[in-house]
Design a protein around this ligand. Structure first.
Ligand code: HEC
Ligand code: HEC
Length: 498
């Protein structure tokens, strides 16, 4: 998605785009039959969810879900985005509200975009975690066929949602964690809410339904197939040798304890080789750039899933350096495997944002932190720099293709006669920013991808057509952009030629 930095009023417009984009067929069918008194369904439910997500403060400290998951910044925050916010933004409430000094660690928030999360309960120290982007949630939260103690796997360690663990319940935990007006976290229901006695109000059942429905529409709605020679139809074959090599490396048993990237990230998604959502220890929580090493002694370790197992490790061993200090971890060190299709243009990378950029996150698998982890069993991947760049090229290409299909959907919406002009105008702007993201992700890495194939120049022409359409609306320009992107796609992927 895009790097657009627009203010909150735009989200209303985005809501309309969303509705038309996601729910157009539903709307037509249901128009006549929905009685005025019925609870919202379908399109209305999604729209209501988006409204709550971007505007509802639940009687709390002024934050909304979008304070940390802004739709115009891929539903996440990063240090560059944070620098654009005014000092009075509710994200920084811990800096200016004397009741909330302990709600965040300001330096970690501003410099690393890390948020305090009491994932082990409010009786245990809060860990510092990056904000997941929420793109493709519908594809990433199922535990699969294996037995798992909760309905969904949410949050970086799979145990983010309170109670039954379902995505629907996540909002309740998020309000209690992030929206409170004092550290006493006095919860009230919507019916009993009184600002003198309550620090926030809990979401109602109807609000939980709406938030869940909305969140399931964010980003990718299906899996892709990049398994080499999988014999399943639709395997994507890339026309750039570096990208295709990256695809093979991603699937080749190359390191760790008999592992390939695809063992855990099947088709670059969030499920393992057998299609199950799973937790793994890959050691990012014990990397020397982990938050516990940034503020020695002050920040606890992050033990991932569970809260019962407690271990204490030596800060000198974990972080290097000369002074020692204890680092406490609660959990089994396992984390929830994220999808990596969206990774290239949207940090954060790993639950603690320990690296910058997609190549660096691949390089993590060469590290001693990975080698020491349970999954690696002592063996890191030993990638050459060139191989790291080739896997990076794969992840960049997957992300560019995802951006390009987003741009197509928005462009198609904007050029329809039935689309109101203000919605169309906004859709074109988002489409253009998607095209721009695709160009950036293809050109921003160490390898020149699709060299000589004209892909970037086709995308640049598509972007120019969209920019012209922003200045003077014209469906022909949008059709042209879609055609140019299709030509670019045809030069990026194609049938196997051997
Ligand atoms: C102050 C910042 C902040 C706010 C506000 C916030 N979140 Fe989050 N969100 C996070 C962090 C940090 C995590 C990672 C938590 C974890 O690992 O358990 C997260 C994780 C999530 C996840 C799990 C995503 C996944 O891939 O598993 C969902 C869903 C989510 N948030 C929804 C919401 C909703 C809904 C709201 C509003 C009610 C909200 N968040 C408000 C910071 C925030
Ligand atoms: C044993 C399972 C396993 C293997 C093998 C594995 N990963 Fe991961 N990967 C994970 C888990 C779990 C995380 C999240 C860890 C965390 O946040 O602490 C992750 C995170 C990532 C991320 C960060 C994504 C984000 O949005 O934060 C990238 C990129 C990534 N892996 C790429 C790869 C590549 C490339 C390979 C092969 C070299 C690979 N992974 C091998 C399980 C695995």
């Amino acid at each position: 998605m895009s790097g657009m930095r627009d203010s909150r009023h735009l989200w209303r417009g985005i809501a309309v785009v969303w509705a038309v984009l996601m729910m157009a067929p539903l709307a037509a069918a249901e128009d006549a039959v929905t009685p005025a008194t019925a609870a919202p369904e379908g399109e209305d439910l999604v729209l209501e969810g988006l409204r709550l997500f971007t505007q509802e403060t639940f009687g709390g400290n002024g934050r909304v879900c979008a304070s940390c998951h802004p739709p115009t910044n891929n539903y996440t925050i990063d240090p560059a985005f944070i620098r654009t916010l005014p000092a009075g933004d509710p994200l920084f409430v811990a800096e200016f509200d004397p009741n909330l000094g302990d709600l965040e660690r300001s330096a970690l928030l501003r410099e690393r975009a890390l948020i305090l999360v009491n994932v082990d309960g409010f009786d245990k120290p809060a860990v510092s975690r990056s904000v997941p982007h929420l793109l493709g949630l519908s594809q990433t939260i199922s535990p699969g066929r294996r037995p798992f103690s909760r309905v969904h796997m949410t949050g970086w360690s799979g145990d983010g949602a309170p109670g039954d663990g379902a995505l629907r319940s996540f909002a309740t935990g998020a309000v209690r964690q992030h929206f409170t007006r004092t550290m006493a976290r006095r919860a009230c229901t919507a019916a009993s809410y009184d600002p003198a006695r309550c620090d926030f109000r809990l979401p109602t059942d109807a609000e939980l339904d709406a938030l869940e429905a909305f969140q399931l529409t964010i980003g990718r709605q299906s899996e892709i197939n990049i398994e080499p020679f999988s014999r399943r139809p639709g395997e994507i074959v890339f026309r750039d040798l570096n990208v295709e090599t990256g695809k093979f490396l991603f699937h080749t048993i190359a390191g760790g304890d008999n592992l390939a990237c695809s063992t855990c990230h099947r088709n670059a998604g969030a499920n393992d080789r057998s299609g199950n959502g799973r937790l793994f220890d890959v050691g990012a929580n014990k990397d020397e750039a982990a938050p516990a090493c940034l503020e020695p002694g002050a920040v606890p370790g992050d033990g991932g899933f569970g809260r019962v197992i407690e271990t204490t490790e030596s800060g000198r061993t974990l972080c290097g350096g000369t002074t020692d200090f204890p680092v406490r971890f609660f959990g089994n060190d396992r984390f929830n495997t994220p999808s990596v299709i969206e990774a290239a243009d949207t940090g954060p990378f790993f639950h603690n944002n320990i690296v910058d950029g997609v190549e660096e996150s691949v390089r993590f698998y060469n590290s001693s932190a990975f080698a020491r982890s349970e999954s690696a069993g002592g063996l890191a991947f030993n990638f050459f720099d060139e191989e790291i760049d080739q896997i990076g090229a794969l992840l960049r290409t997957l992300n560019a293709l995802d951006n390009m299909s987003n741009a197509d959907r928005l462009g198609a919406l904007a050029r329809r006669q039935a689309t109101p002009p203000d919605v169309a105008a906004l859709a074109v702007r988002i489409a253009a920013s998607e095209t721009e993201d695709a160009i950036q992700v293809l050109t921003g890495g160490p390898l020149r991808l699709y060299r000589g194939a004209g892909v970037v120049s086709l995308l640049t022409r598509a972007l120019a057509a969209e920019q012209a359409a922003i200045a003077a609306p014209d469906p022909a320009l949008l059709s042209r952009a879609i055609r140019l992107r299709q030509q670019a796609r045809d030069r990026m992927i194609g049938p196997r030629e051997d």
